[in-house]
Design a protein around this ligand. Structure first.
Ligand code: NAD
Ligand code: WQD
Length: 345
């Protein structure tokens, strides 16, 4: 690990999908970890299993970022040296219906976190941003200096936080901040012990396909078969969640050695269509995925995939897993945990 031994890292949203995988990577890399999560969408069981997988223990604080006194208590008790900030609401569709909830949770919650970090002189932060901030980017692969033009309240909440972070770094030179723009996370830890457990009907493609393969849902609806792509269906840059988790450890190490602001995409640089994803999942699971092509989903773009050279160069990190690995691990998790983290599996 580059930097001090057993650096203390607070992971907000560490009971969630990407956060729980990142906790495993951090603990395996020798960091001392605490999780702050209100369990609104995360699972305490995920935290327990992250400890089991890494063979290390972590501290868990059930706290809400929007409650400053709560956040201060966590900082007082744990005394973190750096923060990885995942906690947020993430549904595009819900954000259109309830914009204030998104601005409160994501923007106001982040402002409170940053205030408390400032009070405690904790100035090292890795922030979860999203490729959603690029909106309808004109060119693929999408590079970090593409125009920022999100088209929905979720994406705008992330773009606002990105702006706040750049203003903070401009105001005080000793901050160390990484803004990481993830493309489409999928898959699960190869052990099948932790994975993605969305509440209700999944809106993202990979968990939906996995539930169709398992027979929990009868059919996939493919949103649009007339895009300007090789087979007419939408193309995305899917990235294995373990690659993403390792990317956070690499970014944290980079910040330990570098001050200022860095912004980087986390993706593989390779796009796959919905139909390619369906075929790969059928191959890996051995189950048919019945589907029907329906109309386009409003707000979707034809193609989105990342320029990856910046993260690779700066963080000395590169995604290792391919599409079949992602499908294999998503499937293993689904088969081992047909009802997700709930106890009545
Ligand atoms: P997730 O919902 O599984 O994890 C988020 C965690 O934050 C949950 O455990 C939830 O309980 C917690 N949380 C939410 N609001 C909170 C609050 N006010 N106080 C304390 N805890 C709170 O989501 P995820 O997929 O792991 O995403 C993690 C981050 O990555 C989010 O910031 C998301 O916007 C971003 N992101 C996700 C994706 C994706 O497709 N999964 C893509 C790009 C960016
Ligand atoms: C992928 C492809 C759909 C579901 C969203 C957010 C983004 C990020 C990741 C948080 C598209 C198609 C999907 C289905 C389908 N999250 N699809 N049938 O829209 O690229 O990105 O999640 O930051 O911000 O916008 O991901 O998984 O919803 O869709 O045909 O039932 O699958 O049209 O082409 P998306 P997705």
């Amino acid at each position: 690990m580059g930097g001090s031994i057993r650096m203390k890292v607070l992971v907000t949203g560490g009971a969630g999908y990407i956060g729980s995988h990142t906790c495993v990577s951090l603990m395996s890399a020798g960091y001392e970890v605490a999780v702050l999560d209100n369990l609104s969408n995360g699972h305490f069981e995920a935290v327990l299993r992250a400890q089991q997988l890494s063979g290390h223990s972590l501290r868990f604080y059930n706290a809400d970022l929007r409650d400053k006194a709560d956040v201060e208590k966590v900082f007082y008790a744990f005394q973190p040296e750096a923060v990885i900030h995942f906690a947020a609401l993430k549904s595009v569709e819900e954000s259109i219906r309830e914009p204030l909830l998104y601005y409160e949770s994501n923007v106001a919650g982040s402002v409170i976190l940053l205030q408390v970090m400032s009070e405690y002189k904790v100035k090292q932060l890795v922030f979860s941003s999203t490729a959603n901030v690029y909106g309808h980017a004109l060119d693929v692969p999408i590079s970090e200096d593409s125009h920022i033009a999100p088209t929905n309240p979720y994406g705008r909440s992330k773009a606002m936080i990105e702006q706040i972070l750049s203003d903070i770094v401009a105001s005080e030179a000793d901050w160390r901040v990484a803004r990481l723009r993830y493309f489409n996370p999928m898959g699960a830890h190869p052990s099948g012990i932790i994975g993605e457990d969305p509440r209700g009907v999944p809106s993202n493609l990979p968990p939906y396909i996995a539930q169709v393969a398992l027979g929990r849902r009868s059919q996939l609806q493919i949103f649009g078969g007339d895009y300007d792509t090789p087979d007419g269906t939408g193309v995305r840059d899917y990235i294995h969640v373990v690659d993403l988790a390792e990317g956070h450890v690499a970014a944290l190490n980079y910040l330990t050695n570098n001050m200022g602001l860095v912004t980087a995409n986390l993706g593989t640089g390779r796009g796959y269509s919905v139909l390619e994803m369906v075929k790969a999942f059928e191959r890996v699971s051995g189950h048919p995925i019945p589907y029907r092509i329906v109309g386009r989903r409003s707000g979707d773009v034809a193609k989105s995939y990342a320029a990856t050279n910046k993260a690779e160069k700066l963080f000395a990190w590169k995604a290792r897993f391919g599409l079949d690995d992602m499908c294999r691990d998503a499937w293993r998790w689904q088969v081992m945990n047909p009802s997700g983290y709930s106890r009545n599996n």
